[in-house]
Design a protein around this ligand. Sequence first.
Ligand code: TXA
Ligand code: MG
Length: 314
Amino acid sequence: MEHLVNAADGMKRAAAILRSGGLVAVPTETVYGLAADATNADAVAGIYAAKGRPSFNPLIIHVDSVAMAQRYGRFDGRAHRLAEHFWPGPLTLVVPLTENHGLAPAVTAGLNSVAIRQPSGPMAALATALDHPLAAPSANSSGRVSPTMAQHVAADLGTKVDLILDNGSCPVGLESTIISLVADTALLLREGGLDRSFAAGIVGPLINPKPDAHVAAPGMLSAHYAPRIPLLKDFAKPMPEGMVFLGFGETMREPGLNLSPSGDVKEAAHNLFAMLQELDRSGARSIGVAAIPHHGLGAAINDRLQRAAHGSKE
Ligand code: TXA
Ligand code: MG
């Protein structure tokens, strides 16, 4: 049977696979997720195995509503306000776990908090069909670039996943912004698909924890999002033999690709992972990247590029 199917056609099959403890790659507005029933311990173990993900790195659960979220996480006024404004959307909230939540223990990796997001589209519809949340990390091997197209998932995870739902390219293109509401001060754990200036009016200033602080998302390893070939950020020197360039706006060199010829950071975010994958597979020896402005989604783009530069194998 076909293993990569159109999302609209594959929903029934996807729900049946998830109900029986299988793994389905599901598109969201941010990136493709590798989904399993979050209450099924064997299914969740399958996610860690397929990705080669370290067991200390907890997963996000995807819900279809605030009501479903509250079965698993304790929502205070701030959580309600943020969810009301930005769900469904690219925002994950880390909140205290409820008692008797029923999640597989591996989902939270032993923490007493849980990361929750309400996405739009097929992922939320599948949570409704199961009446359970779906645990889903990005559908890539641990440490690699997140997939924004079904073909990326197929190339990386292949048959380790039972079904891939194809819904074209993900509109945002970067993972969700993660905010922790466990303490009185809201913490920005990961820059992501939401412009960070958004939340100020809702939860007050967001504190950015130091990279080594233990409160940070355990998954924010510095070597992450790495292409196979070396990546050089803010590259302004003459291009060495075998380098391809990832440009932005007027800063463009050949051979290469331009994240946004018009210099729009939102468009650049949408294109980032797909272009990194394409350049990585182009046969080039290294990738030089133009300086990206820090405003809006530029902060999240620079975060991913920083990690990609660290993680690439020199
Ligand atoms: O956009 C997204 O967020 C995508 C789509 C599929 O929803 N998912 C995603 O998942 O990026 P993943 O597993 O690649 O990243 C989740 C991050 C990890 O850095 C993890 O450490 C952090 O969330 N996280 C999960 N639970 C947490 C918790 N209780 N406290 C702090 N960080 C947590
Ligand atoms: Mg990931």
